[in-house]
Write a new protein. Structure first.
Length: 155
């Protein structure tokens, strides 16, 4: 919070959260964080940066703001999320953004998502369901499941 608390009051206001444009790797490796619904107030955020939540092994839920258009490499790798819904406002997801999530069972890419990168579900051995949008035009999943022994069905 000290990165974004511009008035020094020890609290993050909605206005301060809205001015954040880059998370960088502030949360990377944070094993205490279990959910981040407050992320929805970071309305100036256009991308979830590379490895932003990587190794947040207790992170089970995140609410993305509608301003996010890109999810970068390894952004949510090694988390505890069981179900993920990627909103249609996200246009592009880089390689391995959700890799090594052994808890991941269901992922829905809403209509509007255009590109999903390679090795997206590497190591996601419990994945049961993937819902793909008709808007998907790029990154046609070369090595989509690479090395991730899964019995998933595509819908």
């Amino acid at each position: 919070m000290e990165h974004w608390d511009t008035d020094g009051d020890g609290e993050l206001s909605q206005d301060e959260a809205a001015r954040v444009t880059n998370l960088a790797e502030v949360f990377n490796g944070n094993t205490d964080i279990t959910s981040f619904n407050e992320l929805q107030y970071f309305t100036g955020l256009t991308a979830i940066g590379e490895s932003a939540f990587n190794r947040c092994s207790s992170l089970a839920f995140v609410t993305l703001p509608s301003s996010v258009a890109y999810i970068r490499n390894s952004a949510f790798m090694n988390t505890a999320m069981e179900k993920v819904t990627v909103p249609g406002t996200v246009k592009s997801i880089d390689w391995g953004a959700y890799a090594w999530n052994v808890s991941l069972k269901h992922i829905v890419f809403e209509e509007g998502v255009e590109t999903v990168g390679d090795v997206q579900f590497y190591g996601c051995s419990n994945l049961e369901e993937i819902v793909l949008p008709s808007t998907l035009t790029g990154g046609l999943f070369q090595d989509f499941f690479s090395y991730g022994e899964t019995t998933s069905s595509l819908i």
